[in-house]
Every structure is written in C-alpha cells, then in structure tokens.
Design a protein around this ligand. Structure first.
Ligand code: ASP
Length: 335
C-alpha cells in the first residue's frame, strides 16, 4: 500500500513537471516548456558514422543549432512536440548537409528515393512515406499522411499523388543532387557491394512538449547505392521511429535492415515498459547488443517522458544536439 501511495505521488509530480506546472518564481504566464530546467525538450541527430572533418565542424554546429532553434521556437510558443520535431527535421532536410531532403544519397540507378515518418506518443498516431522522388520535405508529407489520410504509410507514386492533392511542394530529382553524394555513389560502385557502409546521415528529432506529449520524426535518403525500391527502417514505425508517452520518443540511424529486424525503436520502448529499464539502459542494450547481433551498426536518440535523453551509438560517431527547457543548446557534430 505504502509503495502504491508513493508511486502515485511520484506520478503526480511527474505529470506536474511534464505539464510545465513547476515554474521557477514569478507571476508570469506559464511557459509551456519550463519545468525542470535541465530537462531535454528537443533532440536531433544527423546520422551515425559520418566523419565530419575538423574544418567542417563549425558548419555542422551552425546547422544543428539552426534546426534546434526552429524546433525549440515552436515548443516555446506552445506548439506540440510533433510540430517541434517536424520543424527541426524540415530545417535539416533543407540544409543540403545530411542524407535527407536536399543532399539525399543516390540509389544504384543514380536516383533519389526518400523515406520519412512521424509518430505521436499520446495516441500512437503516426504517418510515413517511402520511396518518394519529388517531395521537397518528405517529413511534412509523412505528417500529412497522419493528419489528412486514413492511412499510416504511403509509398511511391500514390504518395506523390496524395502530395499533389495536398498542395505539397514538389521538386525535380536534380533538386536533391549534391557533388558529395555523387562521389559517394561512384565510390560505392567501385567497392565490394557487401562491404559495410558506415556513413549514414539520416536525420531525426524527438521532443517533449508542455502537455507532456512525446513525438519522434525521422527522414532519410536511405543507403548509397541501394537497390531501386529498397525501403529502410526510417519510415517504419517501430523500426526507425517510435513514440509512446508512457515510455519514450525514439529516432534511429544506421543499418536499416538490422533496425527493422530487431524492431529497434519499439524494442527500446518495450524494454522500458515491460522490462522496467530506464531509457538509457534500454537504448544502450538495443544499440550495443541487439542491433550488432543482427549485423548492424548505428545509433539512436531516445527521450523519455521526464526529459532524460539517451544518445548511444555503436558507429564511430553520431552527429547530434539537444536543447533543455531553459534554452541551453548542446551541439555535438562529432558525437
Ligand atoms: N537507417 C537509414 C536506412 O537504412 C540510413 C541512415 O541511418 O542514414 O535507410
């Protein structure tokens, strides 16, 4: 009985914090993202395994900051965690620096096929697109699938038709071209196709809003030199993206096939829910044990309902950053 009572008190305190009730001082209007000041409210990643050369670190730092600012602005003005993650990911998709949106990698036919997904922890609603070729911001199309269709995942031509109906910005394939990705394709074609590809560059975001709702978003061009029609983990809820208010919001990057086979994002949530593991332990177990056991490498960002962030990776590095409720930014272009 005593234990139950204590549990209830703790749960109530957690809710109060999540709702932004525990405000420091003053009779000012409630700040929707205030509460525990060092609580992480938004985190982003720019992919596992990308070696950022020292002379480019500052550029990556600036782009990470801009993406975090875009998402944090939404949260500060009372926007939802879903809106915050979408804003941050859109920003990264537009930057040309990551394997998502502009800057997406080439498939084996020198085309771009992009995947993205969003998920909301409050009601397990989500939306995703796979293999789209003309959508400037796949993350926003994923959001529209969630908001404006009865479906969760749409692929290829049908997804593009839906995009046109929704008035989404479309672009020619050339829009996604970058010299760097072209060189990577040529390089990949010279190499043994079975050689492990360690540069990823997918982008993702996880957020916690003033109402205590978690959300996750992931966007990618997939893997360099992938077969036409290959779909990775990023648009699959439970594999590359997952959010559940009772546990965590998770976005993954790495060898998509291994993240699919281990249901990596959902596995982290399940270990928390059924195995009673804290977020960091659950995320470490999946990234360091389960994904490698399925021949994969990569990393995740996982944010729990109390604002505790886990950023484990098994690759050499992972680009990531986060911002706390009091507006402190941490930028980690080299992991
Ligand atoms: N996970 C992505 C995929 O397999 C790749 C990445 O993380 O960059 O499509």
């Amino acid at each position: 009985m005593r234990k139950l009572g204590r549990g209830r008190i703790l749960a109530a305190a957690t809710l109060a914090v999540a709702a932004g009730v525990l405000l420091p001082g003053s009779g000012q209007a409630a700040d929707p993202v205030a509460g525990q000041r060092d609580r992480v409210v938004l985190a982003i990643h720019g992919g596992a395994g990308t070696a950022v050369p020292p002379e480019q670190e500052e550029t990556y730092r600036q782009v990470l900051r801009a993406a975090l600012e875009a998402g944090f602005k939404v949260l500060r003005s009372g926007g939802s965690s879903l809106d915050g993650t979408e804003a941050a990911v859109r920003n990264m998709e537009d930057s040309g620096l990551f394997n998502a949106g502009k800057g997406a990698v080439f498939n084996t036919d020198a085309q771009h096929e992009l995947d993205a997904s969003v998920m909301r922890g409050r009601d397990l609603r989500g939306g995703a697109v796979a293999g789209v070729q003309h959508i400037k911001n796949p993350i926003s199309l994923a959001r529209l699938v969630m908001d404006k269709s009865p479906h969760v995942l749409m692929a290829g031509q049908g997804a593009e038709m839906f995009a046109r109906e929704q008035g989404v910005t479309t672009v020619p394939q050339d829009y996604f071209f970058t010299e760097r990705r072209w060189k990577e394709l040529l390089e990949a074609k010279k190499n043994d196709p079975n050689r492990e590809k360690l540069q990823f560059g997918t982008v993702g975001a996880v957020a916690l809003d003033g109402a205590g709702d978690l959300a996750a978003a992931t966007s990618t061009g997939g893997l360099t030199n992938k077969l036409v029609g290959r779909i990775g983990d990023s648009p699959l809820l439970g594999a590359g993206t997952y959010a559940k208010n009772a546990t965590a919001a998770i976005s993954c990057t790495g060898t998509g096939e291994s993240f699919i086979r281990t249901s990596a994002a959902h596995e982290i949530s399940a270990l928390m829910e059924h195995g009673r593991m804290p977020v960091r332990q659950a995320a470490e177990k999946v990234v360091r044990e389960e994904v490698p056991a399925a021949n994969g490498t990569g990393g995740v960002i996982a944010l729990d309902r109390n604002g505790v962030l886990a950023t484990p990776y098994s690759s050499k590095s992972m680009i990531f950053g986060y911002v706390t409720a009091d507006g402190r930014f941490t930028l980690r272009p080299t992991g």
